[in-house]
Design a protein around this ligand. Structure first.
Ligand code: PLP
Length: 385
């Protein structure tokens, strides 16, 4: 019986060729020409004038906070149900998160955000002020969870009304776009003020580690590039005009990224195929559901959520059992407001986030998962009864 992993890289295209070409050229660091090429190709794919390559999604999100002008004394609205790397950059910038729960898309709930802004804050000199802390709520981080799309129409309206910078954590959602509505044709990550993608090992497109930042403000993208390369203001004389970072992607990673991008649409088609297989076989059976993605989008369907509505096993019991059958699954993240570094932060409207945290198991979803292996996952789950 072979082991079926949750999500592994798929290097069946030109990855080995492009990466070894980069190694043979000895351009392996941040000076190589493939990095600019990868930036241009990602920018074209997501429909933005430029993209800024970073060595992780986390570093991209840190840069997003900095170029958005987030600093000590600010608060940032953030989702409670997400990976902690979406929230930590708020702290890197010395600001504090205020946590809000999710809606049925698993993304931040716009109605709950609006309720917080309306009833827990007031406007003063064009700034949203938190009544309890008297701090300036300057921004909102929105995560497109598992490749679903947060409700950007409502969230953009709220951002406009309350003068919030909108940061899109699109780390899980490259390739997700609106098929209809106000943002028809717009990709996740390109709607708010600044957006970030991740190319970590378990993401749909991977460079081992890596990320990309895009912005609707040309000067923010320029500033992010500057900060990512040690903020050097004079090439020859080693002059630096602010505190910079060593955050740029390297040439070997860019080589992998170029090969991965060639296959991204095929990866997404495969994610859809396996999703449909799980949905047909499991949705509505034995007290199980397969959570949907939104109707008005083309999602990349990065992660699949099995929802234990009324199933005979609890989440951790099921995960442990599948593990004995050599099938790797996982729970959704523990809420960030319950984590030690954030235990004292404000958190609102957590009911759905708590419920989804308790009842979701993520199923194997690699882009090279065979229909036969997906069937084994299905049969194993159904055999529990
Ligand atoms: C993966 C991920 C990140 C961080 O990206 P890295 O490239 O791993 O640093 C941030 N936010 C979310 C929601 C993620 O899933």
């Amino acid at each position: 019986m072979n082991f079926i992993p949750l999500s592994v890289p798929n290097f069946s295209g030109n990855e080995k060729k492009y990466a070894s070409d980069a190694v043979i050229s000895e351009w392996v660091s941040t000076g190589g020409s493939l990095i600019n090429g990868f930036e241009e190709k990602i920018a074209a794919y997501v429909g933005m004038p430029r993209a800024v390559a970073c060595n992780s999604g986390s570093s991209g999100l840190h840069l997003a906070m900095l170029v958005a002008g987030i600093h000590a004394g600010h608060e940032v609205i953030a989702p409670a149900l997400t990976f902690i790397a979406a929230v930590n950059p708020i702290r890197y910038a010395n600001a504090q998160p205020v946590f809000i729960g999710c809606d049925d898309s698993l993304c931040i709930d716009p109605a709950a955000v609006r309720d917080f802004c309306q009833n827990n804050c007031h406007m003063q000199d064009g700034k949203l002020i938190n009544n309890k802390t008297q701090k300036h709520v300057k921004a909102m981080t929105v995560v497109h969870v598992f490749g679903n799309m947060a409700d950007m129409e409502s969230l953009m309206d709220i951002a406009k009304e309350y003068h919030l910078v909108l940061i899109e954590d699109a780390t899980e959602a490259i390739g997700t776009y609106y098929e209809s509505g106000r943002y028809k044709g717009k990709m996740a990550g390109t709607i708010g003020d600044v957006g970030v993608y991740s190319f970590n090992g378990n993401k749909i497109l991977t460079t081992g580690s890596g990320g990309m930042l895009v912005s609707n403000h040309a000067d923010w993208a320029e500033h992010a590039k500057h900060l990512s390369t040690q903020a050097k203001s004079d090439e020859l004389q080693f002059m630096h005009d602010e505190i910079g970072y060593n955050y740029r992607l390297n040439n070997v990673q860019a080589a992998l990224g170029l090969a991965q991008l060639e296959q991204l649409e095929a990866f997404i088609a495969h994610k859809h195929k396996i999703y449909d297989q799980y949905k047909v076989a499991l949705d509505g059976k034995n007290g199980l559901r397969i959570l949907p993605f939104k109707d008005n989008i083309r999602s990349n369907k990065w992660f699949y959520s099995l929802y234990l509505d009324n199933f005979s096993m609890k989440r951790d019991e099921l995960i442990a059992y599948l593990n004995t059958q050599k099938i790797q699954t996982r729970p959704v993240w523990a809420l960030i407001n319950e984590q030690k570094p954030y235990a004292n932060n404000e958190a609102h409207h957590l009911q759905k986030a708590e419920q989804y945290r308790e009842k979701i198991v993520n199923l194997p979803c690699s882009t090279n998962l065979s229909p036969e292996d997906a069937q084994r996952v299905i049969d194993t789950i159904l055999s529990i009864g």
